[in-house]
Write a protein of this length. Structure first.
Length: 344
């Protein structure tokens, strides 16, 4: 399958975590066939997502939506692919894709030797639009699911572990007066409701870090929407809306990254950074168990075993529930922080 297509066009939803996984996916396609043109169609966030591709020049992005001039212009730019042989893949998601996405994908697959592959989302129209329909699996880790899709498309999994390559620089550390390996980066906020740490939890973590290793500096990172919340904490450095290069270098140079289930945490795990992941209200198949340096804390709703770590236990006790994680006791976070910071 992988030799007859001129273009591989992947529709995805534009979030940081999704995009990192898309880069991992497309890097595997590239390593199979370096002549195929790789294009990601996104509905938002082009400015920031483009920054992830500094070391991946073979991947192109096109913004397509009906809400902006650039998004409408992106529909026009897609026309250059209309008369080529395309392998088109829509985004794997447990929800339903818009008809605009499906129709755009269909038009791109109308020429001979083209193929449109999508995922089952309960819509009857899929059988008329898609040439092949796959199932989005939530019972395995997302990178493992992507590997199964790669194999299903007829490609080999050439790169087995998610990694991210970036341009290394010490400028952000010099700007913040930080010494490599002598600071902690914390990302306490998530875009998805319920995954962020509340003020009490952040204060608890800050106090514990200072108690365990008083000489460590602490850097809080987040987006513009979190500016007021993050600036309310004293005696820490706050970085808002860093570039991808600066954020990558900041995380890479830290002694520990602490985060919730969000895109920045996936970035830290793609960097294989020593991480404490507080998986509050996260989804199990998206947790970064692919990072051997991560300790992932969770609490399974309606489970009385009082076990808060371990992939096997999580998979065993969550059953078929996707949304099954609740709040983690602070004493468990305290114990884990002590183990991670003392065993530097």
């Amino acid at each position: 399958m992988n030799k007859k297509y001129k273009n591989f066009i992947y529709f995805q939803n534009g979030s940081i975590g999704d995009f990192l996984m898309t880069v991992f996916f497309l890097e595997n396609i590239y390593l199979n066939n370096k002549l195929i043109n790789l294009c990601v169609v996104i509905p938002k966030n082009k400015k920031i997502l483009q920054q992830f591709l500094e070391k991946y020049p073979y991947i192109k992005i096109i913004l397509v939506n009906r809400r902006s001039f650039n998004g409408l212009w992106g529909m026009f730019k897609l026309m250059k692919y209309y008369f080529s042989s395309n392998l088109v893949l829509t985004a794997p998601t447990p929800g339903r894709l818009s008809y605009l996405v499906k129709l755009n994908a269909k038009v791109l697959s109308l020429m001979p030797n083209s193929l449109l592959i999508g995922f089952e989302d309960g819509e009857k129209i899929n059988r008329y639009l898609y040439d092949r329909i796959l199932k989005y699996r939530t019972d395995i880790l997302y990178p493992d699911f992507l590997k199964s899709v790669i194999r299903g498309l007829g490609f080999e999994v050439k790169k087995k572990e998610p990694l991210f390559y970036f341009k290394q620089s010490f400028s952000i550390l010099e700007q913040l007066n930080l010494e490599k390996g002598n600071y902690v980066v914390i990302n306490p906020m998530a875009a998805t409701q319920g995954r962020s740490l509340i003020e009490k939890d952040v204060l608890f973590i800050l106090e514990e870090i200072k108690k365990i290793r008083s000489g460590l500096k602490i850097v809080l990172v987040g987006g513009e929407k979190e500016r007021v919340f993050l600036n309310s904490f004293k005696k820490v450095k706050v970085c808002i809306s860093l570039s991808v290069k600066d954020l990558s270098n900041l995380i890479d140079g830290s002694s520990l990254f602490i985060g919730v289930d969000t895109g920045t945490t996936h970035l830290a795990s793609f960097l294989q950074k020593k991480s404490l992941v507080i998986a509050k209200n996260g989804t199990p198949n998206w947790l970064p168990f692919y990072n051997p340096e991560a300790r992932i804390l969770y609490s399974i709703d309606v489970c009385r075993h009082q076990i808060y770590e371990g992939r096997e236990y999580l998979e065993e006790c969550r059953g078929d529930r996707l949304r099954c994680l609740g709040n983690i006791p602070l004493e468990i976070i305290e114990k884990t922080l002590l183990e991670m910071l003392e065993n530097k």
